[in-house]
Design a protein around this ligand. Structure first.
Ligand SMILES: [Cu+2]
Length: 256
């Protein structure tokens, strides 16, 4: 009997873990992160809320904010969004025409997502950086999001195996020992992790909020720094915690 109780406990725990051990990410993936003279000048951006390694989609309501910061200006792009499907769930896309050299910081703020498995709301402030026509001035600038990863390595043009470093910020201040989850976008589904522990890797920032990660292979990697908001939101009349994620998507490249 005791054994059975323990088994039932384990089964319930397994079910819970199955839905939460693997991390979900706000995703913002551009068709190109370094636009050269000869390239197509229209960048396609896909916005979703997904489990990138396992390729399990979640619903992404139309984001509250989708904009780009470039050449000293922030431009609202929300009206460009078209509804699509990513990993069989509601997602969004936009085609953005890059006409001038510069560093383009695309970002979205989703609507709060209620996650019953974690008994909290999730808001992932998600960004990615695209550079165009040889200009890379200002790649380290802050957009000024509620929570944000500030890159210490240029957030484009990294080789597979390079380290990526960033500072985790919340309300404009570094977050000492912030937890950062790292996951590979397994776009073609060909990558397999040796164990479930390795779908999402977790690292911590140092006392200055700086974290370091070396990507083992080329492709898109998501970094999500997670903190609990200093406010609550109501779900069915009850106050619930809000998980704030600062997410950045970085592409690592192979040698030719
Ligand atoms: Cu999920």
């Amino acid at each position: 009997m005791k054994k059975l109780a323990r088994f039932v406990g384990f089964a319930a725990w397994s079910l819970l873990m199955a839905s939460s051990a693997d991390a979900h990410y706000g995703m913002l993936i551009p068709s190109d992160s370094m636009i050269m003279q000869a390239d197509d000048r229209t960048v396609n951006l896909k916005l979703s809320f997904s489990h990138p390694f396992e390729r399990i989609g979640m619903e992404l309501e139309k984001p509250k904010v989708f904009s780009v910061r470039a050449n000293g200006k922030r431009v609202d792009l929300a009206n460009m969004l078209r509804k699509i499907q990513v990993m069989a769930h509601t997602a969004w896309e936009a085609d953005y025409k890059v006409s001038r050299p510069g560093v383009y910081m695309f970002h979205m703020e989703p609507m709060p997502y209620w996650e019953p498995a974690e008994d909290c709301f999730i808001v992932h402030y998600t960004k990615t950086v695209v550079t165009a026509f040889g200009d890379d001035e200002g790649w380290d600038a802050e957009i000024g999001l509620k929570t944000e990863i500030l890159p210490l390595s240029k957030p484009f043009g990294l080789y597979a195996g390079n380290v990526f470093q960033g500072i985790v910020k919340l309300d404009g201040k570094p977050v000492p020992y912030a937890e950062v989850e790292v996951e590979y976008y397994n776009k073609d589904g060909k990558s397999k992790s040796p164990t479930d522990y390795m779908i999402t890797q977790t690292i911590k920032a140092d006392q200055n909020g700086v974290f370091t990660y070396a990507a083992p292979c080329s492709g898109w990697w998501g970094f999500a720094a997670l903190n609990t908001a200093d406010y609550k939101l109501k779900h069915e009349g009850q106050e619930k915690d809000v998980e704030l994620g600062a997410v950045i998507w970085i592409r690592f490249h192979d040698w030719k």
